[in-house]
Design a binder for this molecule. Structure first.
Ligand SMILES: [Zn+2]
Length: 274
């Protein structure tokens, strides 16, 4: 199974936002020190997922992408870490014009794309620019500067740094701190404050999803997990201290249910739960 980026990572949030608005680029250069292949699969799943919240990570397309068996998602890599072969690029050039098998799109993940020589980069650039509309490309590289400027300028550049970039959005942290007090008032007060900010639906979904991550982590901590997730550890510890296991379980269910929904309804159910 692929190691996916954390839901609260900058990358996962950016990809979800773009995918849900139908503006996820068909050509992405992915760099950084995180698990690029895992992150690329997350992006590929966002392209082929059929659910509204992309990637849902549950539908048949998402599951196949994560297991590495989706017929319309191809990973191109040279396991011996030498120059990617001409054959691989030639095969891609033919394959790309065969319509997708199961999904609406076809996704090519090019691992270590800095190993592509100039000629092959130009071949791929032409496909990116003139290929069929269903084709999408994720160029993974730890040095984007090794790619031709013409390639980079045609792609959206995304960075995936595994540790440093993963942090809870401040709103999610504050919301969790309010939940951790185990009382009705701090939560309703903060939800009202959030409501007044008139955040966009997807931003709100982001906050609730991140809060869900922290609550789930808190449950694990209560169950004896030793090292807290660096992204949300402190907040999760506060939740683990403030709430009982039963309350935490119900809170995670609640946050999952209300991702992107009405805050007021969440407040009411929180009150009933205590
Ligand atoms: Zn899906």
């Amino acid at each position: 199974m692929a190691q996916l980026p954390a839901e609260n990572s900058t990358l996962a949030r950016a990809v979800r936002r773009a995918a849900e608005q139908g503006r996820l680029s068909h050509a992405i250069v992915l760099s950084g020190d995180g698990d690029l292949l895992g992150a690329a699969r997350f992006i590929a799943a966002s392209h082929v997922c059929e659910e509204e919240s992309k990637p849902c990570l549950r539908c048949r397309h998402c599951r196949k992408v994560l297991e590495g068996i989706h017929p319309d998602v191809t990973v191109i890599r040279d396991t011996e870490h030498r120059e990617l072969t001409v054959d691989a690029v030639r095969a891609l050039r033919q394959d790309v014009y065969i319509r997708p098998n199961e999904a609406a799109r076809k996704v090519y993940i090019i691992a270590d794309s800095h190993q592509l020589n100039e000629r092959d980069q130009n071949v791929l650039l032409k496909i990116v620019e003139e290929g069929p509309p269903y084709a999408a490309f994720v160029f993974c590289t730890d040095s984007p500067s090794a790619l031709l400027e013409t390639v980079r300028s045609r792609c959206v550049l995304l960075k995936y740094d595994a540790v440093s970039e993963d942090a809870l959005p401040p709103e999610a942290e504050q919301l969790c701190r309010a939940f951790a007090r185990g009382k009705v008032l701090p939560v309703t007060a903060y939800l009202v404050a959030l409501e007044n900010r008139r955040m966009k639906r997807e931003e709100l979904r982001d906050v609730l999803r991140s809060a869900w991550c922290a609550a789930a982590e808190a449950l694990l901590l209560q169950m004896g997990k030793q090292t807290p997730d660096p992204a949300c550890g402190e907040t999760a510890q506060a939740l683990a201290r403030g709430l009982t296991a039963r309350q935490l379980r119900q809170l995670t269910a609640l946050l999952e249910k209300y991702s992107g929904h009405v805050l007021g309804a969440l407040a009411v159910e929180w009150e009933e739960l205590l």
